[in-house]
Design a protein around this ligand. Sequence first.
Ligand SMILES: Cc1cc2nc3c(=O)[nH]c(=O)nc-3n(C[C@H](O)[C@H](O)[C@H](O)COP(=O)(O)OP(=O)(O)OC[C@H]3O[C@@H](n4cnc5c(N)ncnc54)[C@H](O)[C@@H]3O)c2cc1C
Length: 396
Amino acid sequence: MKKTAIIGGGASGLICAIFCARKGVEVDLYEQNSKCAKKILVSGNGRCNITNTNLTYNDYFSQNPLFVEFALKEFGFLEFEKFCHSIGLLLDAKDDGRVYPLSNEAKSVASLLINYAKNLGVNFHTDTKITDIKKLLNEYDAVVVATGSEAASHLGGNSDGLEFAKEFGHNIVPTYPSLVQLHLDSKIVKKMSGAKVDGEVTLLINNKKKLTSKGDILFADYGVSGFAVLDISQSASVALMDSSHVSISINLLPSFNAQKLSSHISSLALNMPQFTILDILAGLVPLKIAQALLEDLDILSSISADKINVKLAKKIANQLLNWRLEVTDTHGFRHAEVSGGGVDTTEINPKTFESLKKKNLYFCGEVLDIVGKRGGYNFAFAWASGHLAAKAISRN
Ligand SMILES: Cc1cc2nc3c(=O)[nH]c(=O)nc-3n(C[C@H](O)[C@H](O)[C@H](O)COP(=O)(O)OP(=O)(O)OC[C@H]3O[C@@H](n4cnc5c(N)ncnc54)[C@H](O)[C@@H]3O)c2cc1C
């Protein structure tokens, strides 16, 4: 019987262990934490956005984006769904393509995968950090590096897999935090800490519009977070790494255009002369934001509405729809959901996930230079790559 060691008990390591064991491969799974699947447990705010019904290479960022094509074809949504059904894990596909467990609980995903793997005879070695990969390769017929990325160190994120890869001469594409909050260069932002809007964020790189995203925008002491921000963070992070000038434009009221908004402000000012300028803005955006916005424009919040002329109304409307703020940094790997960069995929067989530099050594999941968008794409790649590595190991 073939003996395989899997380093990492996260999404890709667990599915790899399951498919190896199903084919009769003897599996030892090593996990540094006392429990496996820590990232699965916290994923999707405890609900686990487990995959997506629409998976294409366009949903991934990499220096070699076509690398994911074969894996997504071989083990795309339908194949994954079939596997989930086989272990009693029913799925709930939303209209936008996001898929969650029917139980709506990440816990059920983690426990089903772990218990099923245990029932198949996978030997779990928790609290066991692998440091010597060469020794492991001497002891086993195959070794799978499923160690994930540096993102979220409190859950086990580290760069061990990259260090292992380097030992065999692999190139490492520089890593960067992705799906991460952004730091802004503005003292004003701190004053909005805790405020939240459903708005639009546009990323500008060297003052050119790169992409726009809609959704939650949350202000914090350090800058901004929220889904709209996470969705532009990959491109922002790469641009910061390249030392480009990075800024964002926040549209606090996407349902208005400039004309409509300045007319609204002017007519309200006319009808409510007893109001202050702050009262007028407080009907449009959270108070903290209104105060900070006026401060940023050097406008006294106590100015009475009858002092608002057309020029001032336009100025305020413009700031509400296009508030430019400089991005200085990301909130770092510790807070990132995923990491971009990783083991160079041009040195990995896309059909087997075996290293092209070292026979019987496999890499799967986030340790590779593949990072997905938000929406279940990162788990989708972890499942697909772990499955293909297992298929190759059990066939060889
Ligand atoms: C807060 C948060 C929410 C997320 N939500 C989603 C979501 O809803 N949908 C989605 O698609 N993706 C989500 N992700 C991303 C997703 O969790 C990862 O892409 C996925 O877990 C990667 O799987 P992996 O197997 O490559 O790595 P991991 O799941 O990180 O597993 C790697 C494992 O290897 C272990 N390990 C590392 N080094 C060693 C060593 N030397 N020896 C032994 N063990 C080691 C680690 O402890 C870890 O358990 C989220 C991530 C975070 C942090």
